[in-house]
Design a protein around this ligand. Structure first.
Ligand code: URA
Length: 215
């Protein structure tokens, strides 16, 4: 895992398994079922990293040998918020690790001309002010969708938010850190740049299309 002094809230997960799986996902010859399977596997590993700083408390339990104060997650159930549609690929794996999490969805599409997000759906868990929230979207490209989704969460009271993606562009990281400097970002890679169509380079193409076999 690396942090840079310019971007203290950015964590790039350098774990060999993450990097190996990501390389296969980037390869354009990787077929849809394998892409989806790798995304699920990688999301488990990234979930481990993005939940590293969750608040803990202790609870009294009895082992077969004695009573003990044992560590446990503190507070209300976590909120996982998927930015549709590609966010669902990351969401599924994380839910296997944290099955009790509450789940929200934000539907945003990118206007192809302006690249600005347009909201078409929003359903979020209640009591966001009392939950840690993890927003998931595989691609942090311009940052417009992520910033808009986090704006929505904050409007509904969320105060403790993390952002998880698979690939980030420097432009998206800068936009997120300008708009939401309190939100840590966890990613598997920080790529070179965005092209004129807002795609991450070298990237992996359109995450939703790769995941669902659409074009
Ligand atoms: N969304 C994608 O699916 N891919 C990109 O490269 C950028 C945004």
């Amino acid at each position: 895992m690396t942090h840079s002094p310019q971007t203290p809230h950015l964590t790039v997960v350098q774990h060999p398994l993450v990097q190996h799986k990501l390389t296969i996902m980037r390869d354009k010859s990787t077929p849809t079922p394998l892409f989806r399977q790798l995304l699920r596997e990688i999301s488990l590993l990234l979930a481990y990293e993005v939940t590293r700083e969750l608040d803990m408390t202790t609870t009294q339990i009895e082992t077969p040998l004695q009573m003990m104060q044992a560590p446990t997650l503190d507070g209300k159930k976590l909120a996982l918020v998927s930015i549709l549609r590609a966010g669902n690929g990351l969401l599924d794996g994380i839910l296997e690790l944290i099955p009790a999490a509450r789940v929200g969805f934000v539907g945003l599409y990118r206007d192809p001309d302006t690249l600005k997000p347009v909201q078409y759906y929003c359903k979020l868990p209640d009591m966001l002010e009392a939950r840690a929230a993890i927003v998931v979207d595989p691609m942090l490209a311009t940052g417009n969708s992520s910033v808009a989704a986090i704006d929505l969460l904050k409007e509904k009271g969320a105060q403790n938010i993390r952002f998880l993606c698979l690939l980030a562009a420097p432009e998206g990281v800068a936009r997120m850190q300008a708009a939401h400097p309190d939100v840590p970002i966890v990613t598997a890679a920080l790529d070179s740049h965005l092209n004129d169509h807002g795609y991450i380079v070298p990237g992996l193409g359109d995450a939703g299309d790769r995941m669902y076999g659409t074009k």
